[in-house]
Each structure stands twice: as C-alpha cells, then as structure tokens.
Design a protein around this ligand. Structure first.
Ligand SMILES: [Zn+2]
Length: 305
C-alpha cells in the first residue's frame, strides 16, 4: 500500500463541478478534460505500483518547494539507496519525438516531458541535499496509455512505454532494498512538506449566481434526478439511487469547495439543490452532521470540531 495515497486534486474537484454547473468555454472544457485524463493515468500507474513487493515507500502526488521553485512529483518511490520520481503521462495516439517537444501526427505540440522530469530531478536533488540525504535519483517518464506510440525517440531517453511497464515492475521488484527508520523519516518529511494548494491552477473565474442550481446525480452527474415524496433518497434517470443524507452532504461539499468563505445555511443548501428537497429535511441533515452556530434566522453550520 502507498505510504502516501493519491487524492483527487482540489482543482479537479472544482473543475468537475464547474463542468456541470458552470458554462465552461471550449478551451476551459478541454483543460478540464485533460486534467481528468491526466489524473486517470496517475491512478492507473498507482494500480501497478501498489502491487510492488520490494521494501520501498511509495509517495503518490507530492508538490514540493525548494528555493522558491515549486515542483510536482506524480509518483515517488524510495528504496534503500535510490529514489525514483516518476512523471506519468496519459497521452494517447501517435506522437513524434523532437528534442524540445513531442508532436502528434496531426501537428499538435506538447512540451517534452523529459524537461519536466529533469527539472524535478534537479530540484529534488537540491531538496534532498538540504535534508541531508544522499540517494541516487533515477526517474522516468511513464506513458501509461496502451494506445500511445512515440516515433523516433532515442533509445537512451528515460521513457517507459506501455509495452515496457511489466518489465519496469519486474525491475523495481528485483531491486535489493532494506529500508530503515531514516528512510521513513525522509518519507514523513516529504509528506509534511507537500503543499496542498498548487500555484499552477488555472481555474476559470466563477460566481455563485452564474452557476446552475439543482441536485445532480453522484454517478452520471446529470440533473435528471427526482425526490420521492418521503424524501429519503434521490433517484436518477440513469438508475442510480442515493440516500438523501449523502446527496445533501455532497452538495454542501460542493458549496464549501467553490465558496470556502460562504456560510452554510439551510437556505443556501436549499437553493443550491434547486429546491427539490424540503428545508425541513435539509435542516435535519445539517444538524446531524455539523455544529450549529448563531440563532434563529442567523443560524449557520460549521464542521464539527
Ligand atoms: Zn445518474
């Protein structure tokens, strides 16, 4: 099991909501789809690394800083004498290798992920030095998508293609490694340095009033949900049924994510859900799950402490 689990990045959580409730432009929608795809690729790589049997520590998704430079490591694996940062790409279709970029056969240009890997390796080495660790830094760019092909790549670039993933796992499994407390200390240190707020986020601007209100389905994310008269669940046209408590709390999470400053009140949750659940039921659920603050019409709810 990973020493540090991967969670859905805040930016992606917000983009998912905006994609349903906002009016993303074509470019913004594409940005969102790419983020979603990139995340999916990372999760697929996690499924492989979590099967590793060797003595190692797997840290998924680190955003670190050294000397005012921020760098992101999709997957980092600590071994006895080695540390492996992996950059995971979920590119699909046919690409041609150029020293400074990758180009699709239809002419779309992408930065060469090797530059990103080298930058990360350099900054990681600075950071390790500061922390007093001397590990050899390996590292590769992993192309996880089986539909990916790269023409004209020199054989010596540290790229792992989909057809090489099995061998990579075998190689990692065969690494002689015996970890000590010091390795765990390093892992803990890196996790503690992980920054949750990325400077890279390019979220489109949004306002409360501009977002579509209504209850969405937890599975298909459409608004095609109805609430039977007893208000115990919400039922979607896709067939998914969700407990009303879960649906309301999911909506509260959406409001908290998008508008962290906004006070959670029965009224605002009622409005956010498009009025299809009664105020009475919303109030009951908020009371159960949050701490009540303020009085009467000034009542609002905060996370239980
Ligand atoms: Zn649905």
């Amino acid at each position: 099991m990973a020493y540090k689990q991967r969670t859905v990045p805040m930016e992606l959580l917000i983009l998912r909501i905006l994609d349903v409730r906002g009016k993303l432009s074509l470019a913004e929608h594409k940005y969102y789809v790419n983020k979603e795809k990139g995340f999916k690729g990372e999760v697929q790589f996690d499924l492989l690394t979590e099967k590793l049997q060797s003595d190692c520590l797997i840290l998924n998704d680190l955003l670190l800083e050294v000397d005012n430079s921020t760098f992101q490591l999709d997957t980092t694996i600590i071994y006895q004498d080695l540390i492996y940062p992996f950059e995971v790409k979920n590119y699909e279709s046919d690409f041609i290798y150029k020293p400074d970029m990758l180009v699709t056969t239809s002419g779309m240009e992408y930065k060469n992920p090797l530059d990103q890997l080298n930058r990360s390796k350099f900054l990681l080495s600075q950071l390790l030095q500061k922390l007093g660790y001397h590990l050899v830094i390996e590292g590769s760019v992993v192309f996880i998508n089986p539909e990916f092909t790269l023409y004209q790549a020199p054989p010596n670039v540290p790229f792992i293609f989909p057809t090489q993933l099995n061998r990579l796992m075998k190689k990692l499994n065969a690494l002689p490694s015996k970890l000590t407390n010091r390795h765990r200390k390093l892992a803990d240190k890196l996790v503690s340095l992980h920054q949750t707020k990325s400077n890279y986020t390019k979220l489109p601007p949004y306002k409360y009033d501009g977002l579509r209100k209504g209850n969405t389905c937890a599975v298909c994310r459409s608004f095609k949900v109805t609430v039977p008269a007893d208000e115990r669940k919400i039922v979607c046209a896709c067939g998914h049924v969700e407990r009303i408590e879960d649906a309301i709390l999911r909506n509260v999470k959406e409001i908290q994510l998008l508008f962290p400053e906004k006070k959670i009140t029965t009224n605002c949750v009622h409005e956010w859900c498009g009025g299809i659940v009664s105020q009475k039921v919303i109030k009951r659920i908020l009371k159960q799950s949050f701490e009540q603050k303020g009085k009467k019409k000034h009542t609002y709810y905060e996370e239980l402490t």
